[in-house]
Design a protein around this ligand. Sequence first.
Ligand code: P6P
Length: 336
Amino acid sequence: MTGKKQTLGEFIIEHQHAFKYSSGELSSLLNSIRLAAKVVNHEVNKAGLVDIIGAAGDTNIQGEDQQKLDVYANDKFIQTLTRRNIVCGIASEEEDSFISINSNDENHQNKYVVLIDPLDGSSNIDVNVSVGTIFSIYRRITPTGTPVELKDFLQKGSAQVAAGYIVYGTSTMIVYTTGDGVNGFTLNPAIGSFYLSHPNMEFPEDGTMYSVNEGNYLDFPLGVKKYIKYCQEEEGDRPYTSRYIGSLVSDFHRNMIKGGIYMYPKGSRNPNGKLRLLYECNPMAFIAEQANGKSSDGYTRTMDVEPTELHQRVPFICGSKNMVNQLEEFMQIHGE
Ligand code: P6P
């Protein structure tokens, strides 16, 4: 039996020196996310037992039925992040525009903006399949006052100061980076503490698992079709295994541990892909690169894409470096 595992709170404090900005605030911000994760986890775990399932009747900007759990998770993360005078603005998949946090700081100088997908994969909620929360953290660019969308939110992914996800799966985990590697913490629900269970997580450079919605195959660019057929050929360590849960966080998490690639390419129904650049692709790309993986749209590094709008979509490829390189090669040779 190894010694006592470090808690997330202890880890945050121990590593705050490595954070190049004022550490105390980021630590406090990460602790807010830790708290919200526990509160949301509690509801997700009993989702089948209380009348919290089922559309809340509204639809979000994506035009999707808002599950009550989506709304609940969104409210909890916004409430928790608002309480501490660190965040000046929040953008969420569930909110049409960003929310300015008018703190009691009269100069409104809270330094950070947070972008979240509060409950990704929510279509899985009522079939009891894992879902997740994704978060992305930037320092504001404007010095004070109400944040400005163009300057403070539409920043390239390469400017992120922290990013992470919570996976509400067979166990609940927080996995995050502040630019100094990736670490995973597992919740002990009996105690209510997250413990360091997966230190220094890394994508294996090669993998034998690919994650894509093959129902869209006919719609994919030729290069993507060629790669999928390559995955299915009998040669060497191929055919690969196809694993697609329909929950980005879960597919990403498994691929990071076992080696694999996740793809959501563009198609006629999704001319820019389906996933959202700012609160799905960029945070996952930051984690991937910090874990020796790779992320792009097939041509451009995800974190180099210049954002143009809050809810913009991009084609998304992410995972083991050599698998992403292979797909990029097929796409660049065979094009659209
Ligand atoms: P499709 C969930 O809605 C999500 O954003 C990701 O978590 C998931 O990988 C993808 O969309 C599933 O989309 O079109 O395959 O159902």
